[in-house]
Ligand binder design. Structure first.
Ligand code: SAM
Length: 269
């Protein structure tokens, strides 16, 4: 396990994922009963953009940096830019939130969060970050297994699946998890890299039939080099279909402003 999200925090892919996550959370917490959220691959929860990893990769400087300075960013980014603004004083963005922080901040009193992180040092940082928060639990454990074993039998559930895709079996394990979580009506938000289209299409074909939902493809450049991360995608299963315009706006701005001849597509599965 070599993946360290500190190199990638605040990059274009985080912007797409986190802006969409906040749109979805806004919808799911504006109405309805208590919501359980399971974050299978949580990371450390908060990232130092002045640290060596972020400075070395330069990914945040090409992602959240331009977004915070943009005058033309669509309203769908507002919850994310507000969250980032709240963590930083002044113009420079030094701290960037991960999914656990964004989710923990959005919880209502009866909602709950379970974040899983397999790397011990990342988990320790996450546990310390969220210590003392009500209805928040973190585990140093495999997120796929935990989602299947800890999903409630009933009630409203959102599962965020955001693996590093270091292991070739991540695609298979996501599909197994979507099948293995038995909570009726559960919603899944899955993040995927876009390298070549066959790998991605095969994943969509493998999803169980009950999973009618939305797909967001943010292609940052033509998908001509399958060895590169040419963009990212989200599968929202089943997800509120009326989020389509917000997700399209997020994808359009990201690919149009940060991409190299890219294009965004949102479609129904
Ligand atoms: C892409 S990062 C997660 C970023 C986070 N979801 C966010 O949006 O801020 C993936 C994380 O999953 C962790 N990880 C890898 N395999 C895992 C597994 N099977 N279960 C739980 N965590 C895992 C990695 O150590 C890494 O911190």
């Amino acid at each position: 396990m070599n993946y360290r999200h500190a190199f990638h925090a605040g990059n274009f892919a985080d912007l797409v994922k986190h802006a969409a996550l906040l749109q979805l959370l806004g919808r799911m917490t504006s109405e309805g009963g208590p919501l359980t959220i399971i974050d299978t691959h949580a990371g450390r929860g908060l990232y130092d953009l002045a640290g060596p990893e972020a400075r070395k990769s330069g990914e945040a400087a090409a992602g959240i940096g331009p977004l915070m300075a943009a005058l033309d960013a669509p309203a769908a980014f507002k919850p994310l830019t507000k969250a980032v603004g709240g963590l930083n004083s002044g113009v420079e963005v030094r701290r960037y939130p991960g999914s656990p922080w964004l989710i923990a901040e959005a919880l209502r009193p009866a909602d709950s969060y379970l974040g899983c992180e397999l790397r011990a040092n990342e988990h320790a940082a996450l546990r310390d970050l969220l210590k003392g928060r009500r209805n928040v639990e973190t585990l140093c454990a495999d997120g796929y297994e935990t989602a299947m074993s800890r999903a409630p039998k009933a009630g409203r559930l959102l599962v965020l699946i955001d693996p590093p895709f270091e292991q070739s079996d991540d695609y298979r394990r996501i599909v197994e998890t979507v099948r293995g979580v038995r909570t009726p009506g559960a919603t899944f938000l899955v993040w995927l890299p876009l390298k070549d289209l066959e790998t991605f299409d095969a994943f969509l074909r493998d999803l169980p039939d009950r999973t009618v939902g939305l797909v967001v493809e943010a292609r940052m450049r033509p998908l001509s080099d399958p060895m590169k991360m040419n963009g990212c995608a989200l599968a929202l299963i089943p997800g509120p279909l009326d989020l389509e315009p917000s997700l399209q706006a997020i994808g359009d701005w990201t690919t149009g402003t940060l991409g190299e001849g890219g294009v965004a597509k949102v479609y129904r599965l």
